[in-house]
Design a protein around this ligand. Structure first.
Ligand code: ATP
Ligand code: MG
Length: 571
């Protein structure tokens, strides 16, 4: 490809809307342009990267017996009624009507579609197990698209679905898929991705793992125990709060005029938040009030709370709080007429400060077991840096990560609700079990940049780089023979099937190098007067100090050898 023909305008300045490296470089490097919120057009460099990522994914999916298919992006409502997700999913699902008023949706995932397909195609145990996958557009009307390709509304996903006649078979295949995922991330140049247990969320099912690339640009929080070498998504991570021992002192009121927040109380009473009990009140979708008690320095984990309550909920208002016998700003769990859930962080504490359920009054020496004996004790804490690891008790670290992929054991969540069956050896009807496995192609591309870049642009791993070789021609206005030499190198490399981006525009060295850095191509060849006078071409490796001179006649074999050696890292 000639740079003179490539439509991909480069920008010097950081775009105002971009905060993270991948977003900045994808815009500055002319990889993509926004069309609407969270919707992008991809230019050739980005598309070439995506296609390479897709090829790697395809190879690994085929290697574990996958069959590639393609399902539609637009689906009729009926399929999602069958699974219960037409009503069950929030506004991330884009629903609309077609011209005859029929309810339709843009697929945000394809469990329903694949079950509808498989249940008519596969009816005998003899055809099991099988896995079908696609690399297809998804639309999710995300509330907050962010960070360029990392969270968008329209994106390309590889989604795979496996079907089994037993849980045991699903378990075995799940492991195989987990290995394939590690191979994919290694081949895409990010071997550091870790697999961690996660929440099953809207997918349902029992077990799920997500593949996290740890980087500050991520929006997910991951709890990590360096001693046990374990990781867990902060949404499901647990920690230990050792039982404090000592004498329970009698409750004692003290005046706290206008002291309504934990921060104000810390200052006023000169006691750290870790010595206080904090109340958070919720109203559930079925109209009940739930009071949650956590330690003053800990946040309520609404993902954990969701699993306990099993209905939607929102914060309760002041009237609702008063209605159950509490006083906003001065509340405790004592004597309330509603359900009270106490986190072990308070339940295992001793003589804490809490509200007195009277205006301008707090209590000293609150003890859950004595003062709120009816409270349910349940883990609803957000794990934070320094909390104790549930296994070894050592301090946990909390890191940020990007979820680049996720795998789920769905069990019969969809096959049962959508009446998918097969006949077993005895001729009896059975319901199969299912697994599903997703990878976001664009998010993966963005994530690679987050961990493979310098101040000047991406450093693409050879396996996914938009081109393999960057060829720069400089100073040809002074020595016309340079141009012929560069053209000859370009033609020879192309003839050998090597992908070259040839900057043939005659721009200054400064501009060419800045643009080459934004393209992040691994191997750079520079045809310039000084080396050329000695019959040499200069080479440089992006992101390293490696550079040198190659005799003109040896350029093609040198490049071939370099690429072959480099590519070994990604096989
Ligand atoms: P998240 O928690 O980040 O919203 P998810 O759990 O909704 O992700 P899945 O439904 O498991 O994601 O989708 C499979 C994969 O698709 C994800 O691991 C991710 O790589 C990708 N993906 C999901 N949502 C988006 C998005 N809005 N933009 C880009 N990629 C996405
Ligand atoms: Mg999501």
């Amino acid at each position: 490809m000639r740079a003179s023909r490539l439509i991909s305008r480069k920008h010097k300045e950081k775009p105002a809307e971009a905060q993270v490296a991948s977003h900045i470089f994808l815009l500055r490097g002319g990889y993509m342009r926004p069309v609407g919120t969270g919707i992008y057009s991809l230019l050739t460099p980005a598309l070439r990267i995506m296609q390479k990522i897709e090829r790697i994914i395809r190879a690994e999916m085929d290697a574990i017996g996958g069959q590639e298919i393609k399902m539609p992006v637009v689906l009729p409502r009926e399929l999602w009624d069958e699974s219960g997700r037409w009503d069950g999913v929030d506004n991330a699902l884009l629903r609309f009507k077609d011209r005859v008023g029929h309810d339709m949706l843009l697929a945000m995932t394809h469990e329903e579609a694949v079950v509808a397909l498989a249940r008519t195609e596969v009816t005998s145990y003899r055809d099991y197990p099988f896995m079908m996958y696609q690399i297809q557009t998804k639309f999710r009307d995300e509330a907050r698209s962010r960070a360029g390709l990392i969270r968008v509304r329209e994106f390309m996903m590889k989604d795979a679905y496996s079907f089994h006649t037993s849980e045991k078979d699903l378990d075995a295949y799940y492991e195989k898929c987990a290995e394939a995922y590690h191979a994919i991330f290694r081949r895409c140049g990010i071997p550091e991705v870790v697999a961690i247990q996660s929440d099953t969320g809207m997918m349902g099912g029992k077990v799920a793992h997500e593949y996290q690339l740890l980087t500050d640009a991520g929006e997910d929080k991951v709890a990590h125990c360096p001693k046990c070498e374990t990781y867990a998504n902060a949404e499901v991570a647990t920690c230990r709060f050792p039982q404090e021992t000592g004498e329970m002192l009698p409750l004692e009121e003290f005046a706290t005029p206008q002291i309504k927040t934990i921060e104000a109380l810390e200052k006023f009473a000169q006691v750290p938040a870790s010595q206080m009990a904090k109340m958070v009140f919720y109203r559930t979708d079925d109209g009940k009030i739930v009071a949650v008690v956590v330690r003053g320095d800990i946040e309520v984990n609404e993902c954990k709370l969701q699993k306990i309550l099993r209905v939607g909920f929102a914060y309760a208002n002041d009237d609702e709080i008063l209605g159950v016998g509490a006083v906003p700003g001065f509340a405790s769990g004592i004597g309330l007429t509603c359900r009270v859930i106490a986190d072990p962080s308070v339940a295992n504490g001793l003589n804490l400060i809490c509200g007195a359920n009277k205006p301008d009054v707090h209590l000293k020496n609150f003890n859950v077991s004595r003062d709120t004996p009816n409270a349910e004790i349940a883990d609803v804490a957000v794990v934070a840096e320094g909390h104790a690891c549930p296994s070894c008790g050592g301090p946990l670290q909390v890191k940020r990560g990007i979820e680049v992929g996720q795998i789920f054991k769905l069990g019969n969540r969809y096959t049962a609700s959508m009446h998918m069956t097969y006949t077993d050896e005895k001729g009896e009807e059975q319901t199969p079990v299912m697994g599903c496995y997703g990878i976001g192609v664009g998010r993966l591309a963005g994530s690679i940049i987050e961990v493979r870049h310098d101040d000047f642009g991406p450093i693409w791993p050879l396996s996914v780089a938009p081109w393999q070789v960057q060829l720069n021609l400089m100073g040809a206005d002074r020595a016309p023979a340079l141009k012929d030499a560069a053209e000859a190198i370009y033609a020879d490399l192309e003839k050998k099937g090597i992908e070259v981006l040839f900057d043939d525009r005659g721009l200054t060295a400064g501009v060419q190098f800045a643009e080459a850095d934004l393209m992040g191509i691994p191997l750079r060849l520079i045809v310039a007067p000084k080396a050329f006078e000695q019959g040499m071409v200069e080479y440089k490796v992006r992101g390293t100090d490696e550079k040198g001179l190659i005799p003109l006649a040896e350029v093609v074999p040198f490049v071939r050898k370099w690429l072959d050696a480099e590519m070994k890292k990604y096989l």
